[in-house]
Write a protein that binds this ligand. Structure first.
Ligand code: NAD
Length: 686
């Protein structure tokens, strides 16, 4: 039974029981309606306590039902019955009450939560608005401004904040117990939320909420529509407001943005070890991290925060001191942002050591190497790790581009070697590419996947190639951008086109942040193997020659006078004109649409090749990589989900047209051609 109910004297207890998170699907709604009917048959009841089984009250509607027609009973009707009941319902919020779960509590006369409960209406993060009265009852209960904050941001609040807001009446370790003994007069004095007066309009509150939503969730429809609804609550009767809310919810939930956000939501939850990977992971209580620079320090902190002990290895005493300072900087920043407590910071420090002696890591079951990006350095490090660590320790590299098979071949047991590719900053970015070399054993892979969960990372399996999944697509994106620049555009026009598409920043501003030197070193490494027939754009090389390495040198594709605020740089525009002249190219204007089309087609085609070569297992994994590692707009569902909204046939048509310009660069990938031919989506291509 998804909803259980029982009677204990004058008290009835109704329990949501739909593991794992008591999602409010059809069975729960039907079960609740049955419970409401049952309550009405009972004589002598003083109250009904509504709670959840397990650690969650209810995490929201069941988003899997959003693609189909809604089936009655509908949640607004269930809540209306609860609210109208003569016998008061009390919400005993035993854990998260989100979305429909929160709306259920708003139908109750009294609300008590456990100290750790999270309460909120996160619907906009799935591209919809609350659909069961949230936008109308919440402002009546907590006032306009607080409701706007809660609903337009989608961010839940903790129990203590919920009390301050007047969203709940109290906090108790055992809310069912407290609800059972609550004074009857107290309950009966409370009002039905739906019967409360309209919230007072507050000057400027709606405009401020709109501006915040436009900044934080640019291009997204749901937050603005949610604000419309909350604003409506100030001037319409409940029933009217709820009818508009329901219509908006039903309209948005089948729209492109909601579909895309649902796709990413489910893809994130599905990101785990593949079913065939049944090997036992290695023990990772102590992890060795090699290199305490940008990446090593971030990885060490992520491990420490997840309860691991870390031994950080550096080349010499100075390196050790620098590494310690780098890790301490992250501990300090996390402390000052309130992300960890003082006690947790001390605990982290107690589990951290740094040394220039590999012997210090003799007990580690896993090593993650994040030293310089050089094959020679990596081989030396792996030899030292092999000598110092237990014979069955797993050895991982965080290399961005280097050939993991070559690194593994230098060890005596390549089955222990894999790639664990983190993204900067490693303690914040959620993506983790788990790179499987040709000799990588299942135990090593299982160790990588097992580590992802405590680190709260999204693991994606990748094969070995230049750049794996993400950086390979990135390289193609940049190549397409450089080509457009050479042929007639500017970095700022290109950046603006991609920001309009939904990226937080365009490719040139992003490169200025990470530094032009990394990609440059990469191009030099690739010189020996680059197809001589492929067009090469030398503008970035000229930038490096001029010392324009990005923000860190005060100038890159943009200038940063005084270290901040980017300014267009005419010298860069001139460089492109000059190089085009040398190459005999007649430059022409590109519209923003043309720019976007080329950059996106280039990425989609590369991603299709990545599927074709088996570097990624499926399109969903590429969506995760592009959204969680590279800033592809989440509300577009990731690169391949977006490609499917265009359709393989149309993409192949566009690519084929571009082959007239450059047959090598724009040749349509075999996967796209096959999907176009068979009328299949990329989501179904493997
Ligand atoms: P970094 O220069 O900031 O740090 C490298 C550190 O390694 C330095 O502190 C150096 O002293 C240390 N080191 C060098 N040789 C060593 C050795 N033999 N033993 C122990 N320590 C040694 O570099 P980074 O940006 O942290 O990059 C490290 C690795 O991570 C590279 O392979 C890089 O490609 C990869 N990576 C970087 C990023 C990024 O955005 N920076 C992202 C993903 C992966």
């Amino acid at each position: 039974m998804s909803v259980e109910y029982r009677r204990d004297g004058a008290v009835a207890v109704v329990t949501l029981n739909n593991p794992p998170v008591n999602a409010i699907g059809h069975a729960v709604r039907a079960g609740l309606m049955e419970a409401v009917d049952w309550v009405e048959t009972q004589e002598g009841l003083s109250r009904v306590i509504l709670t959840g089984a397990g650690r969650t009250f209810a995490a929201g509607a069941d988003a899997r039902e959003f693609d189909a027609e809604p089936v009655p009973p509908h949640l607004p009707d269930v809540i209306a019955r609860i609210e109208a009941s003569d016998i008061p319902w009390i919400a005993a919020i035993n854990g998260a009450a989100l979305g429909g779960g929160c709306e259920l509590t708003l139908g109750c006369r009294y609300r008590i939560a456990v100290p750790g409960a999270q309460i909120g209406l996160p619907e906009v993060t799935l591209g919809v608005v609350p659909g069961a009265g949230g936008t109308q009852r919440m402002p009546r209960l907590v006032g306009l401004k607080a409701a706007l904050d809660l609903i337009a941001s989608g961010k839940p609040v903790k129990a203590t904040r919920a009390v301050e807001l007047g969203l709940i009446h109290g906090i108790a370790d055992d809310p069912v117990e407290l609800a059972t003994h609550l004074d009857q007069g107290t309950i009966e004095l409370t009002h039905r939320v739906g019967a409360m007066e309209n919230p007072a309009p507050e000057a400027g509150a709606v405009e401020a909420a709109r501006a915040t939503a436009a900044r934080r969730t640019a291009n997204q429809v749901a937050p603005q529509r949610a604000i419309d609804l909350v604003e409506l609550s100030t001037r319409t009767p409940l029933a009217e407001g709820m009818a508009t809310e329901r219509a908006t919810f039903l309209e948005l939930r089948t729209g492109d943005q909601a579909r895309a956000l649902r796709h990413i939501f489910f893809a994130e939850r599905a990101a785990k070890a593949p079913d065939w990977l049944t090997a036992e992971p290695a023990e990772t209580g102590t992890v060795a991290v090699v290199g305490g620079g940008t990446m090593g320090a971030g990885i060490a902190y992520a491990l420490l925060n997840a309860g691991r002990s870390v031994v950080l290895l550096e080349t010499d005493a100075d390196g050790v001191e620098l590494a310690k300072a780098n890790v301490e900087k992250i501990v300090g920043a996390s402390l000052s942002r309130g992300m960890i407590s003082d006690a947790k910071a001390d605990d982290i420090r107690a589990r951290f050591t740094a040394s220039d002696d590999y012997g210090a890591a003799a007990g580690a079951g896993l090593a993650i190497e994040a030293a310089f990006e050089s094959m020679e350095v990596k081989k030396t490090v792996f030899a030292a790790l092999e000598a110092a660590l237990p014979a069955d320790a797993i050895l991982a590299t965080n290399t961005s581009y280097l050939d993991i098979d070559e690194i593994a071949a230098g060890t005596s047991d390549p089955s222990r070697v894999l790639g664990l590719h983190f993204f900067a900053p490693a303690h914040i970015m959620r993506l983790l590419e788990i790179v499987r070399g040709k000799a990588t054993g299942n135990r090593a892979l299982a160790t990588g996947f097992a580590l992802a969960r405590p680190l709260r990372k999204i693991p994606v399996l990748a094969g070995v190639c230049d750049g794996f999944i993400g950086n390979r697509i990135l390289a193609r994106y940049r190549e397409a951008a450089d080509t457009v620049m050479m042929d007639g555009s500017t970095p700022w026009e290109i950046d603006e086109a991609m920001v309009e598409f939904g990226y937080a920043m365009g490719p040139y501003e992003a490169q200025d942040l990470s530094g032009l030197d990394i990609a440059h070193a990469n191009r030099r490494r690739q010189d020996a193997t680059r197809d001589p027939n492929r067009r090469y754009i030398p503008i970035a090389d000229r930038m490096v020659e001029l010392g324009k390495l990005g923000k860190k040198t005060g100038a890159g594709w943009y200038r940063y006078p005084g270290g901040n605020g980017k300014v267009d740089d005419p010298i860069v525009a001139d460089l492109a004109i000059e190089e085009a002249h040398f190459a005999g190219i007649e430059r022409r204007d590109f519209t923003a649409d043309e720019i976007r089309e080329r950059l996106l087609l280039a990425m989609i085609n590369e991603a299709a090749d990545i599927l074709h070569e088996g570097i990624a297992a499926n399109a969903r994994d590429i969506d995760l990589v592009t959204v969680f590692g590279y800033g592809f707009p989440r509300w577009r569902g990731g690169l391949m989900h977006y490609a499917d909204t265009i359709g393989a046939a149309r993409i192949v048509e566009k690519l084929t047209a571009l082959t007239a310009e450059d047959p090598l660069v724009w040749r349509p990938s075999p996967v796209l051609v096959a999907c176009a031919r068979d009328g299949r989506s990329l989501a179904d291509a493997t």
